[in-house]
Design a protein around this ligand. Structure first.
Ligand code: SF4
Length: 341
């Protein structure tokens, strides 16, 4: 049996057939449910959907309602832009389509808050048209079934997944097929502890056959953090005191003491040191939440003339013992301990 045939046979027995938006499966009900189901699970949505339908039983009522009242019925579902877009779209349908939900893809996808997958879900479920969907559940099923390597949010991969979703869509029972693949993703092919043993797709599910189910779908790759370099000056006076500055309260290391910092090596001359006499130490790499900092320490022993490059950032002269007692960022403390040795 084909992928779709097995899925539909499973759906006939195990699928969800009593969801409130399935009776009747009208475009309005399907649309509202699809919007509510974005980022939200079926069991959470059901009571919201029922209350919403009681108050706004049709597109006209929704279009004429006050936005505050629509949002009050949305309260608790989160992602309020969904509620605002739903209201706006109802007004467009009311004025442009005489209150009749459009049945063409281009018209539906042009409505606020409706993307390709939601449009596909509405067309297949409410109008029995052959359209695929690709929501999070379906992406999980397809990436596992075909063991598709890579993050499914990647544009190229997403295009491939859409093609696959379309190829697998059968030639009949479009509404049931859409519901079936959503149900499989939500009830068996779950993110954690999927019920592969009961799955109608297990015989050719690549991830299952390879014992790699937990690896799919790949998670979003972590963004490469940029690296910034900075020169940190260990500047000593003739009394063997080191120059520290206090960091501004806002920003990294806010309020802590640190070493004078320069964006490039040549700027160190602003501190009145002879660049040729500086001793370069091995660096330290420090990672912040949004970037790496390559700390390049330079050591200036008994600088003859000491200038303070920034009057807003006066130097505090402390012995190393004293300096190690004030609040210091970890890598700066490491440098001072190194200097002490
Ligand atoms: S066999 Fe497991 S991993 Fe594969 S589609 Fe079914 S539930 Fe998902």
């Amino acid at each position: 049996m084909s992928f779709a045939a097995r899925l539909l046979a499973w759906f006939d027995v195990h699928g969800r057939h009593d969801l409130p938006w399935q009776h009747p499966r009208s475009p309005y009900q399907v649309w509202v449910s699809e919007i509510m189901l974005q980022q939200t699970q079926v069991q959470t949505v059901i009571p919201y959907f029922e209350r919403f339908m009681q108050r706004f039983p049709d597109i006209k009522t929704l279009a004429l309602a006050d936005q505050d009242e629509v949002l009050a019925h949305w309260a608790g579902l989160g992602y309020y832009a969904r509620g605002r877009n739903l209201h706006k779209a109802a007004q467009i349908i009311d004025t442009q389509y005489g209150g009749e939900f459009p049945d063409e893809f281009e018209a539906i996808v042009a409505l606020p808050g409706i993307g390709r997958s939601t449009a596909g879900a509405i067309l297949s479920q409410a109008f029995e048209q052959r359209y695929a969907i690709l929501d999070g559940n379906v992406k999980r099923v397809l990436t596992r079934h075909a063991a598709i390597e890579g993050w499914p949010g990647n544009k190229k991969l997403e295009t491939e997944l859409w093609q696959l979703a379309e190829d697998l869509t059968p030639q009949t029972r479009f509404a049931d097929y859409t519901q079936a693949i959503m149900d499989l993703g939500a009830t068996l092919c779950k993110r954690t502890r999927p019920g592969c043993e009961e799955c109608p797709l297990k015989q050719d599910c690549q991830a299952f056959q390879l014992g790699r189910v937990a690896e799919f779908p790949y998670s979003k790759p972590k963004k490469q953090k940029p690296t910034r370099q900075a020169w940190f000056l260990l500047l000593f006076n003739s009394d063997n005191q080191i120059a520290l500055i206090q960091r501004p309260n806002s920003g990294i290391w806010g309020g802590l003491y640190s070493l004078p910092e320069f964006d490039c090596f040549d700027d160190l001359s602003l501190a009145g040191v002879d660049l040729n006499s500086l001793v370069k130490w091995s660096g330290i790499r420090h990672t912040f939440s949004h970037y790496h900092l390559e700390i390049k320490p330079v050591y200036a022993l008994k600088a003859p003339t000491v200038a303070e490059p920034d009057p807003c950032e006066p130097y505090y002269w402390l012995t190393l013992d004293e300096a190690l007692k004030v609040g210091l960022p970890a890598p700066i403390k490491t440098l001072l301990q190194r200097a002490l040795k």
